[in-house]
Design a protein around this ligand. Structure first.
Ligand code: DX5
Ligand code: ZN
Length: 245
């Protein structure tokens, strides 16, 4: 864990919902993000896919830069060889920048670059360094870089599309990760991404996830505001429960 004001803020506010925009209506994205902000959402999640590391191609730095929002930009890179492309995402305004470990030969160096970068939205905020693990990747791979990250993202689907089913054994992986972090004495935010619906968001928050990504269950083409409110209420429920204990 680094001395990072953004980390401290998110640690205090957790559990949080980060809304994925893959299935949003791009014709009115600005209005919809404003609605989410009014609902109480703090983070917007950009899934960057290159058609190589994972099957679909989505957005890149120009799109992320063009989204003018006070929401924190949570950028998830599912692309081959992200290292030489990091500068573009930093310049586009990433507040959280996560790379998939399987895609990155020089992971440590990539995290050093993010750690030394200036946050273009607010220089004193810093950028959170995240690593993401595919469902089949064991958590052990991140042990050597625990000093270089503020966030671990566990994918609960195989990266590629929104709207997939949550892979249940991510639950065990999450518990094992918490144990590993505890034993190592590291305070790292843990994020669960993929397959989060209204039906399971409460359970995911209850096991202790700090950030929960939800895309298609919020941007369902109908009622994003109400869906976001539902997800946030599930977070409040967990806070009330914790406060009561
Ligand atoms: C994996 C992505 C996820 C996912 C979220 O493909 O990293 O962010 O698309 O979308 P939903 O919430 O629809 O599973
Ligand atoms: Zn994602």
């Amino acid at each position: 864990m680094a001395d990072n004001p953004l980390f401290d803020r998110l640690r205090k506010q957790a559990p949080l919902i980060s809304v994925g925009v893959l299935t949003a209506d791009l014709m009115c994205l600005g209005d919809q993000l404003k609605l989410l902000e009014d609902a109480g959402i703090k983070l917007v999640h950009f899934d960057v896919m290159d058609g190589c590391f994972c099957p679909m191609t989505t957005v890149g730095p120009p799109f992320i830069k063009a989204v003018k929002t006070p929401l924190l930009k949570d950028v998830h890179l599912m692309i081959d060889d992200p290292l030489p492309k990091l500068e573009g995402y930093i310049a586009a305004g990433a507040d959280l920048l996560t790379v998939n470990v399987e895609s990155c030969t020089h992971l440590h160096r990539a995290l050093q670059i993010i750690g030394q970068a200036r946050n273009v939205n607010k220089p004193d905020r810093g950028i959170l360094r995240g690593v993401s693990l595919n469902p089949a990747t064991p958590i052990e791979v991140i042990r050597p870089i625990l000093d270089e990250i503020e966030l671990v993202l566990l994918l609960a689907v195989n990266p590629g599309w929104g709207g997939q089913k949550f892979i249940d054994n991510v639950h065990q992986k999450f518990i094992a990760l918490q144990q590993m972090l505890r034993q190592a004495g590291k305070d790292v935010l843990v994020c669960i991404d993929g397959g989060v619906k209204k039906t399971n968001v409460g359970d995911i928050a209850a096991i202790g996830a700090d950030i929960i990504v939800s895309g298609s269950a919020v941007f369902d083409g109908k009622t994003p505001f109400e869906n976001a409110k539902f997800m946030l209420e599930a977070m409040n429920e967990v806070r009330r429960h914790k406060a009561g204990n």
